[in-house]
Design a protein around this ligand. Structure first.
Ligand SMILES: Cc1cc2nc3c(=O)[nH]c(=O)nc-3n(C[C@H](O)[C@H](O)[C@H](O)COP(=O)(O)O)c2cc1C
Length: 234
């Protein structure tokens, strides 16, 4: 039997752009953040960071960075979801530490995280190795299936993909709890980055406003593309 509560959350989730002032209980927010931490990520490297903005001064500046969007102004909770493309070494080491603490490391884990991951993620000084790796892979792919050993730009895409899955998990968890969200990529990325004091390899992927929808929360009816534009079987 399908889990109907899952589908109920998926179907009732809408982008909410006007929120009631009612707070989100801390336990609820924590459960949703814990759910988001379980999202799948490329090589399990979890390149995300949910920054829950509590400080009223930071909140005001974050609202301005979000171009004064109504959801950023009205939501009781505003989160900056940061994506990190340079934390792979730290996170790789943590994965190895966790596995080692559970017993001898499997050889497949060892070689994947110690050899393959650096090959994929290292882009050399000024990222110059990236285009070289990419070009060599493209040529090899003419002869046999070859993975893309990524350039900096590819790694950025990878980090945003995984981070977006964490965002989706968070939003669905909030809905399952009876709360609502608005993802926002309409913001000033330079100001947002400076506001949070992010390092070079990090940027805000999106802001997430969260709370309970007001009567004016849904601005537009749902409009879905035809099924065969979105789903194809070959
Ligand atoms: C990555 C992303 C960025 C978005 N940015 C904004 C935004 O800046 N402001 C906004 O009002 N809605 C934003 N949205 C919400 C979309 O407009 C919304 O998901 C879409 O219209 C479908 O509506 P629904 O979520 O209610 O199904 C964003 C959605 C996504 C996934």
């Amino acid at each position: 039997m399908p889990d109907s509560s899952f589908y109920a959350a998926v179907e009732s989730r809408r982008t909410i752009r006007d929120f009631l002032p009612d707070p989100v209980p801390q336990e609820t927010l924590d459960r949703c953040l814990e759910a988001a931490r379980l999202a799948p990520s490329s090589s399990n490297l979890q390149p995300w960071e949910f920054v829950v903005i509590r400080d009223p001064k930071v909140r005001q500046l974050a609202i301005a960075a979000c171009l004064d969007q109504v959801p950023a102004k009205t939501a009781p909770v505003l989160i900056a979801l940061v994506t990190h493309r340079d934390t792979w070494r730290r996170n790789r080491d943590e994965i190895l530490r966790i596995f080692e603490s559970r017993g001898p490391l499997r050889r497949s884990h060892e070689s994947y995280y110690r050899k393959i991951i650096p090959m994929v993620y290292r882009t050399g000084p000024f990222g110059l190795l990236g285009p070289v790796k990419r070009t060599l892979c493209r040529i090899a792919s003419l002869f046999r299936p070859t993975p893309n050993l990524m350039s900096r730009a590819d790694i950025r895409v990878m980090a945003h993909k995984s981070t977006a899955l964490a965002a989706a998990t968070f939003m669905l968890a909030m809905r399952a709890e009876g709360f609502d969200t608005c993802p926002m990529e309409g913001f000033d990325p330079w100001r947002a980055k400076a506001l949070l004091g992010l390092p070079r390899g990090a940027e805000v992927s999106m802001f997430l406003a969260a709370g309970k929808r007001s009567e004016k929360g849904v601005w537009w009816d749902r409009a879905l593309m035809p099924r065969d534009w979105s789903i194809r079987e070959i």
